[in-house]
Design a protein around this ligand. Structure first.
Ligand code: SF4
Length: 429
């Protein structure tokens, strides 16, 4: 038993090291050597809701990178979104294989980009499939239904949001809202050509109204009924409807999970950073989440790590990683108390929003991730049979499942220690 524990401990140390690197990569981004685009053997990065930096990468870069591809003892995958930043310490290179190297620390690890999808060689009408459906990680088909959100109409957009300005400058499709028929056709085609897909994730800006947006999601659900027979997990990120009964309709057409994002936990800061959502109502959002947790058995809400501790004037020069962790963890506790699963994304900007650049601290983000994982794991809200918080082990743009895995394997190591102590007692007897 102690030998297994020793091996697991060793593997865990490596796993933890890679999660630490992932936190640093999401915080600081990656620059790229010119030779990386040459082989063209990877899923090419698309600009879907956001760009991650003010300038665009000079060569094709991968959408996602695999940093850890699982072992017998820890069968998890760690992937990261490629957040391009020409000023990062981290550089991706291709020298007898793809690598990431940190010029400041000298750390170097091999990486594997996710493979080509072929989504840009298949068409829905005139449009390449890649402009309608994006492959995220290894098994998620993502759709951004609308790059327009009605909050932009009256300057009520979330202060971190860049969905519409990014669309305006980096259009890959003429219509800001994708026609439902094209989305349905696109999803069917994506699942036909890619047998690895297991999840559909729909996200969108608010369209004409909250209820209208939900009805559009419902139409997609109805359109892909046949896909759902294949055991596909169907998830939605959206603002709740005014009419909560529409959530029952979402469930009826096959949505398994909904994520209704609070974005900012502190109620005062919520008013400042998310004025559109504040007009919907902080309390009303919680009522909607409570309703969703009855309809879907579980409800998710995400906060943006990096902006929870901003001062009311949103002055980023006062940003402090310790304060951020304290405020973000208070948000995690607050959501768990209400039996809502907290998720988080890591703040980034292409300098098209009202907040601007925050230099996220990778070490602080890692510390937050570990505590976050412990809190969610020990809350008992996630069933033991569920191996991760969301999707499977592939969540490249955040660290939610990585934090959860850290907590899960720490518990496994502790259990093995208890077993081996019990064994020793039996032997002594
Ligand atoms: S709800 Fe906020 S974050 Fe979402 S699209 Fe609208 S402005 Fe952007």
């Amino acid at each position: 038993m102690s030998e297994i524990r020793h091996d697991l401990m060793q593997e865990y140390k490596h796993f933890e090291f890679i999660v630490r690197i992932k936190a640093d990569l999401l915080a600081k981004g990656i620059r790229v050597n010119q030779n990386v685009g040459k082989r063209k053997d990877f899923n090419k990065k698309q600009i879907h809701p956001y760009q991650h930096y003010a300038t665009l990468h000079p060569v094709d870069i991968p959408e996602d990178l695999v940093l850890y591809s699982g072992s017998i003892l820890i069968p998890e995958i760690i992937m990261t979104k490629f957040r391009y930043n020409p000023d990062s310490d981290w550089q991706m290179d291709d020298e007898n294989g793809y690598k990431l190297r940190n010029d400041r620390t000298g750390v170097e690890i091999p990486v594997e980009p996710t493979p080509q999808t072929g989504f840009d060689q298949h068409f829905i009408g005139e449009l390449p499939l890649s402009s309608i459906v994006q492959k995220l990680g290894t098994d998620v088909a993502g759709v951004v239904l609308s790059n327009w959100c009605f909050y932009f109409q009256n300057n009520h957009e979330c202060r971190f949001c860049e969905i519409f300005p990014t669309y305006q400058s980096q259009k890959t499709i003429n219509k800001v809202q994708k026609p439902i028929e094209q989305v349905v056709e696109g999803l069917k085609l994506a699942f036909q050509i890619d047998s690895h897909l297991k999840h559909v994730l729909i996200t969108s800006g608010n369209m004409i109204s909250y209820d209208h947006t939900v009805r559009e999601y419902i139409k997609i659900g109805e359109g892909i009924k046949e896909l759902k027979k294949k055991n596909i997990n169907f998830q939605a990120i959206l603002m709740p409807p005014e009419n909560f009964l529409l959530m029952d309709e979402m469930r009826n057409v096959g949505f398994h999970r909904v994520c209704m994002n609070l974005e900012v936990f502190d109620p005062q800061l919520f008013e400042i950073i998310t004025p559109g959502k504040a007009a919907y109502g902080y309390q009303r959002l919680f009522e909607a989440l409570d309703y969703a947790s009855k309809v879907f058995d579980i409800a998710y809400s995400s906060i943006v790590y990096g902006i929870q501790s901003l001062s009311p004037d949103l002055d980023v020069t006062k940003w402090d990683p310790a304060k951020e962790n304290q405020k973000a963890l208070a948000g995690v506790d607050g959501l768990l108390e209400k039996k809502i699963i907290p998720l988080f994304t890591v703040y980034h900007t292409s300098e098209r929003n009202a907040i601007g650049l925050i230099r996220i601290d990778g070490e602080a983000l890692f510390a937050f991730t570990s505590e976050y994982g412990q809190k969610v794991f020990s809350s008992g809200i996630i069933e033991e049979s569920q191996n991760s918080i969301s999707f499977d082990s592939t969540s490249p743009n955040d660290l939610i499942n990585d934090g959860y895995s850290l907590a899960k394997y720490q518990k496994e190591i502790a259990d093995l220690e208890t077993f081996s102590m019990d064994d020793q007692k039996v032997i002594r007897k």
